[in-house]
Ligand binder design. Sequence first.
Ligand SMILES: *Cc1c(COP(=O)(O)O)cnc(C)c1O
Length: 366
Amino acid sequence: MEKLSPESWLVKAARPEEPGAPLNTPIIPSSNFLKGAGIQYSREDSTPTWNALETIVGELEGGECVAYSSGMAAAAAVFAQLAVGSKIAIADDCYHGVTKLAAEGQAQGRWRVQRVAVADTEGWKAALLDSDLVWLESPSNPLLVLADLQAIGSAPRKPGCLLALDNTVATPLNQQPLKFGADISMHSGTKYIGGHSDLLMGLLVAKDPGLASRFRHARLLHGATPGALEAYLATRGLRTLAIRLERAQTNALKLATYLEQHPAIENVRYPGVDSHPQHALARSQMNGFSGLISFEVKAGGEAADHLCNSTRLISHATSLGSVESTIERRSAQKGQEHLAPGLIRLSVGIENADELQADLEQALGR
Ligand SMILES: *Cc1c(COP(=O)(O)O)cnc(C)c1O
């Protein structure tokens, strides 16, 4: 078969091919396997259910994929590669769990951490000359700032420095960090890949097979293995990723445009609108802009809470990337107190766009 488009690959890849085989790689609830073939014990080897998921995502991003029990388990496997005394540069707007992982390791004397503003290309270039791990997030969450992947990925580095990018918000369809020179792309598969708020999953994709085998080794020793059901559900989620994303993006563009002209709202951030300060960069390095929007309620935190409590179709809940739209006031989350009190993060789902807009309209009117 010729090389498929990403949308067709998502649907067709990693299915059993023998005559009479099921169309779907089954959930294999077994830790132990009969000796004689490759797999003996799932934690140490793999299972066909994990392999299917890893094959699909690895090919999309141009590397070798290793699946973990959660996004944080995947991130921790990267940090576990660092020798004591290493230097880390991480994004200033970065997933709060990763920020904490870095900060706690620093407090224990394991490494030193430097924060770099996501859009500060010169800052990243300097960090690459002087760090053992550079951890980017683009678009960042929740402020949706972009890093210039071409400039950063092609800049000179200290030998051995690993360049990693949390690609959760972008998804493997919208952005392929390894193609810009990153060593590692990381995903919380809990979000767009699973897409239904019903599983936890983490993924690392490494360009270098040697690095991928270190990640497999970390998974084996730490026991951070994905569940059989979760791996199946993540694969099932990938089958519909292209159409879920397409709908979420169309909806997000409509809602961002609506929110921008609303008198009670300011600082709408969505990489897909012309007014985003890095819209041109977004167009140059992303295939689509995903479904995450953030904005500020002018009247502040209390009014923002009121908005989140007043939506009916949109669920007042955390997380992102699911079929259902969710809304939350970010600074009310633990570890996010530095954000503007009125800052709202809206993860746009696949519902009817007019009904989503009407829901925001009625909630803002109350
Ligand atoms: C959710 C998330 C994580 C952590 O993933 P878990 O699956 O919850 O462990 C990391 N990065 C980003 C951007 C996320 O949204």
